[in-house]
Design a protein. Structure first.
Length: 256
């Protein structure tokens, strides 16, 4: 895959921050390079503090690289932030629903921001709630929904604006494993059906391997320490080997 064909492309991206105590800079991302193709789901795995979230924020246009080049759909996400309205959907670790808005109103929030016709926005929001198994809960407020249901509303909100790219920052980490497993399967199905491109951040090996077409393991500061391609053609023996490789890589002591 050439850089021209990549939906997301990092080339020697470095990000440094000033230390709070004023003693020099802290390197969060170190000459990171990778490409993600259209329709690909890439799981990014690593220990807390390895720079996953900084990479995520660069893709989202919330942080500017200190050096190197980050391109999303061929554009600079930080300098051309406005261009990405409606093109990137984000699902966070916490559902971040507005407690004063019903499930329906939370899902159509992004559509309202994009000035979608009100009737059309309502129809789209209802359709996505139904698709996520929440038909009949349109008028329920977040406090009346379970954690899994609230996260389904959050996913519906992200998909409702029909983004080209989905960015997910440990969206199921606060849920029980049975609920998380169901939502992982649902998320992958929706991404496949709509041919979206997705980055999925996690710190769980099993989650990364269930979701990703490809897994990238980060070491601190964010750099690829291990990478593996998954898929239907990968045998169970090969998957077990990848799992063991990932565990070995994560067990390596990282510099502070």
């Amino acid at each position: 895959m050439s850089g021209v064909d990549a939906v997301i492309r990092f080339k020697d991206v470095t990000k440094t921050f000033k230390r709070p105590d004023g003693r020099g800079d802290f390197v969060a991302v170190d000459r990171l390079s990778f490409e993600i193709a259209k329709g690909e789901i890439v799981a990014v795995l690593g220990k807390t503090g390895c720079g996953k979230s900084t990479m995520f924020n660069i893709v989202a246009g919330l942080v500017q690289p200190s050096s190197g080049e980050a391109k999303v759909i061929g554009r600079d996400p930080f300098r051309e932030f406005e261009f990405f309205r409606g093109k990137v959907g984000i699902v966070f670790q916490n559902d971040r629903l507005m407690p004063w808005r019903s499930a329906l109103d939370n899902v159509r929030l992004g559509l309202q921001i994009l000035d979608t016709d009100p009737m059309e926005a309502e129809d789209i929001a209802r359709a996505w709630l139904k698709r996520l198994g929440l038909a009949g809960h349109d008028n329920d407020y977040p406090h009346a929904l379970s954690g899994g249901m609230r996260q389904r509303v959050s996913i519906a909100r992200a998909f409702a604006v029909n983004p080209e790219i989905l960015l997910c920052d440990e969206p199921f980490s606060s849920l029980d494993e049975m609920t998380a497993r169901d939502l992982r399967a649902e998320f992958v199905r929706l991404v496949r059906q709509s041919n979206k491109t997705a980055i999925f951040i996690t710190h769980q090996i099993n989650e990364a391997m269930e979701i990703g077409d490809r897994v990238m393991v980060f070491h601190r500061p964010a750099r690829i320490a291990y990478e593996a391609t998954l898929g239907a053609a990968v045998t169970e023996d090969a998957r077990r080997g990848i799992n063991e490789d990932i565990m070995r890589v994560l067990a390596v002591e990282q510099p502070r």
